[in-house]
Ligand binder design. Structure first.
Ligand code: OXD
Ligand code: MN
Length: 598
C-alpha cells in the first residue's frame, strides 16, 4: 500500500485546522509529495527551472525579456468557463438566476470522486496567499492547494504569497480553502465550484488563469462579494485610476466594464500630449478588481486586492497601452501567445505591424502569416507584476486605499448609450449599473459579438443573488455620507458605416476631466430622460483631428426611440429577478420610462 503523505512532515505552520484540512485533501488526491510554497525567491527560482525542464514553461530571451516565460495551456482550455462555474450556496435561491447552482452536498460528492487520485505521481503545492496587503485588517487570506506549477508561479505574481501570509493567519480558521487539480483537463468534468457559506473554492480539470488562479475571480470577486454583503463592504469588478490635474490635485475613479472593453487600457491611460504638457498625470491603482469600503471620513475608499495584472495580450502595443506593454518586460508569464523563434521573444496580433517570419503559434505549431490563422490565441494573456507598471500609483501598497470621486460604468454599445452621462443620484446610478450591456468577447467561451446584459460587469462574478446584490448597492448608498457620483461611458459608438466615432484610448481622459469637474467643481449639464450629459463645449477637443463640436453633439445624443426599446429590454431582463428585484430599481425603471414618454 502506498504511504499517504502528511502535511505535517515539512509544514511551515502549526495551524491544526489547516493541517487537518490539507491532510483530508491529500488523502483524496493522493499526491506523491506535499510542497509548501514559502514565497522565497530561491524556491520560486528552482520551481521555474523545474517548469522549464518539464516543458510547462519555455524560457524567453534573457536580454530582451529577463525572467519571462511562455506557457501554453491545453487548446481545449483557453478561457473562463461560465457554464461550468457554480455557486453552491445551501439554498438555490441564494445563488439566484444568473449563477449555476448545485446543492453543496451533491457538488462535494461529485468533486470528491473527480479529485480521487487526481494528483497521483504529482506534487501537491500549498500556496498561502493574501488578497490585499498582508496584515491589513481588510485582507482576505487563502490557501490554494494545487498540482500545477503554472498556478504556483502565476499566483506568485498575482497575489502576495508565502510565509508572511501563514504568520498572519496564525491559528485562525479564517481563510479561504481553495483546491485545484488539473486532473485530466477533461472539459466535460471541469468544475469551478464556490461554497460561499464554507469560504471554500474547488476547481478541477482546467489549467487556465481565471479558472485556476483562485485568488482572482473566485476569491476576490465571487467569495468576497458574498463576504462584502455580509460585512458591509463591496467587492467589485473595477479598475482604479488616479488622475492628477495641473493644480496637483489627485482624484480617483473606479470603473467597471465587461471583459475586453478597454479596461486595462483605461487603468493605465496616458494623457493626450497637450494634457501632459499642462501637467496632467495618471496613476494605476488597479486594473481589474476593487474592494470598496466606507472610510471614517464618510467617503468611499477603494483598494486593489491583487498584486499583478492578468491582461489580454492581443491588441496591446506601444501605442494602445504603453504601460501594460512595459509591465510585461520582465518577470512575466505569457500564456498562449506566439513565439518568435528568431529572437526567442513573444508576439501577438497587434503587437507590431510586421508579423514574425519564423514563429510558432499559440499551440506551438509552425505559423504561416499568410495562413489567415491567428498566431496568438485571442484570449492569450500576460501575467505581470503590477509594480512593473511605469505609472503604478504610490498608493498601490496602501491598505486603506484611495478615496473615490466617481464610479464609472461602461459597455460596448454601437448606438444606444451616449459617450458619457451622469446618473441623477446614487439609486439612479445603481439602476444605470444594473442595466449595463455589452457585446461578448473572446475572454469567455461561447459566441462573440452578441449583446448581453452584464450588470456592473459582475454577471459572471457575483457570488450570490443579483437582486440581493443590487439591494446591497442601494443599502451601501445610505451608509456613504460623501457618495461618489455615478457615470456611464461608451467609447464604442459607431457611425452608419460601423466606424468608431470617438478615438478612445488616452483621449478618454477628456471625458474623465469632465467627470471630475462635475464631481468637484461643478460644470452644468444637460438633463435628459436617462441622466445628465455634458454641454459639448465643456469637453476639451483641442488637437483632435476628427472630432468637432458636431461630432460631440452626435456622440452625446440620446435617441429616445432606442431608449424606449432599451427600457422594454430592461423590463424583460428584470423579470428574471422576481421578488428580489429591489423596489428602488423597479421605481427607477418606471421613472425613466415616464421621462421618456413625456
Ligand atoms: C478578466 C475577465 O479579467 O475576464 O480576465 O474579466
Ligand atoms: Mn476582469
Amino acid at each position: 500500500m502506498e504511504r499517504q503523505v502528511k502535511s505535517k512532515e515539512n509544514a511551515i505552520t502549526t495551524n491544526q485546522y489547516m493541517l487537518k484540512w490539507i491532510d483530508r485533501v491529500a488523502k483524496i488526491c493522493k499526491p506523491k509529495q506535499i510542497v509548501w510554497i514559502t514565497g522565497e525567491q530561491e524556491q520560486l527560482e528552482s520551481l521555474r527551472k523545474e517548469a522549464c525542464e518539464l516543458g510547462i514553461f519555455h524560457k524567453l530571451n534573457e536580454e530582451k525579456l529577463p525572467d519571462c516565460y511562455l506557457h501554453r495551456s491545453d487548446p481545449n482550455d483557453v478561457a473562463r468557463v461560465e457554464g461550468r462555474t457554480y455557486i453552491c450556496s445551501r439554498k438555490e435561491e441564494d445563488a439566484g438566476p444568473t449563477n449555476n447552482w448545485m446543492e453543496p452536498k451533491e457538488m462535494y460528492e461529485k468533486l470528491e470522486n473527480l479529485y480521487d487520485g487526481s494528483m497521483k505521481d504529482r506534487e501537491m503545492y500549498i500556496i498561502p496567499f493574501s488578497m490585499s496587503i498582508v496584515g491589513s485588517p481588510f485582507s482576505k487570506y487563502g490557501i490554494e492547494i494545487t498540482d500545477s506549477l503554472y498556478v504556483v508561479l502565476s499566483m506568485a505574481i498575482m497575489t502576495r504569497i508565502g510565509k508572511p501570509v501563514l504568520e498572519a493567519i496564525g491559528d485562525s480558521k479564517e481563510f479561504t480553502k481553495g483546491v485545484h487539480s488539473k486532473a485530466g483537463l477533461d472539459p466535460e468534468k471541469r468544475y469551478i465550484a464556490h461554497f460561499p457559506e464554507d469560504n471554500a473554492i474547488m476547481s478541477i480539470n482546467s489549467g487556465y488563469g481565471g479558472n485556476v488562479l483562485l485568488g482572482k475571480k473566485c476569491l476576490a470577486l465571487r467569495i468576497a462579494s458574498y463576504l462584502g454583503r455580509r460585512d458591509g463592504w463591496m467587492a467589485e469588478h473595477m479598475l482604479i485610476l488616479g488622475i492628477e490635474n495641473p493644480k496637483g490635485e489627485v482624484r480617483y475613479v473606479a470603473a467597471a466594464f465587461p471583459s475586453a472593453c478597454g479596461k486595462t487600457n483605461l487603468a493605465m491611460l496616458i494623457p493626450p500630449k497637450h494634457f501632459v504638457r499642462s501637467g496632467w498625470k495618471t496613476y494605476c491603482v488597479g486594473d481589474d478588481i476593487a474592494w470598496l469600503r466606507v472610510g471614517e471620513d464618510g467617503r468611499l475608499w477603494a483598494s486593489n486586492p491583487e498584486y499583478g495584472f492578468f491582461g489580454v495580450a492581443p491588441g496591446t502595443n506601444e501605442k494602445s497601452n504603453y504601460n501594460a506593454l512595459a509591465s510585461t518586460k520582465k518577470n512575466t508569464i505569457f500564456t498562449n501567445v506566439a513565439l518568435d523563434r528568431d529572437d526567442n521573444t513573444v508576439w501577438w496580433e497587434g503587437l507590431t505591424k510586421e508579423p514574425p517570419k519564423n514563429a510558432l503559434n499559440w499551440k506551438g505549431e509552425p505559423w504561416d502569416p499568410a495562413s489567415g490563422e491567428k498566431a496568438a490565441h485571442p484570449n492569450s494573456r500576460f501575467t505581470a507584476p503590477a509594480e512593473n507598471c511605469p505609472c503604478i500609483s504610490t498608493e498601490f501598497n496602501s491598505a486603506k486605499g484611495v478615496p473615490i470621486s466617481a464610479i464609472i460604468f461602461g459597455g460596448r454599445r454601437a448606438k444606444t448609450a451616449p459617450l458619457v452621462y451622469q446618473s441623477r443620484d446614487w439609486n439612479h446610478g445603481v439602476f444605470v449599473g444594473s442595466i449595463m450591456a455589452s457585446e461578448t468577447t473572446a475572454a469567455i467561451t461561447g459566441e462573440t459579438g452578441v449583446v448581453r446584459r452584464d450588470p456592473m460587469a459582475m454577471l459572471p462574478f457575483c457570488g450570490y443573488h443579483m437582486g440581493d446584490y443590487w439591494q446591497h448597492w442601494i443599502d451601501m448608498g445610505r451608509k456613504i455620507e460623501h457618495k461618489p457620483k455615478i457615470f456611464n461611458v461608451n467609447w464604442f459608438r459607431t457611425d452608419d458605416e460601423g466606424k468608431f466615432i470617438w478615438p478612445g484610448f488616452g483621449d478618454n481622459l477628456r471625458i474623465l476631466e469632465w467627470i471630475l469637474i462635475r464631481c468637484h467643481d461643478g460644470f452644468d449639464a444637460v438633463e435628459t430622460p436617462i441622466g445628465n450629459v455634458p454641454y459639448p463645449e465643456d469637453i476639451d477637443i483641442d488637437n483632435l483631428e476628427d472630432v468637432t463640436i458636431d461630432t460631440l453633439k452626435e456622440l452625446l445624443k440620446v435617441d429616445e426611440k432606442l431608449w424606449k426599446e432599451e427600457m422594454e429590454g430592461v423590463r424583460e431582463f428584470y423579470k428574471k429577478f422576481g421578488k428580489k428585484l429591489p423596489d428602488k430599481l423597479a421605481a427607477e425603471l418606471d421613472a425613466t420610462e415616464k421621462r421618456l414618454n413625456q
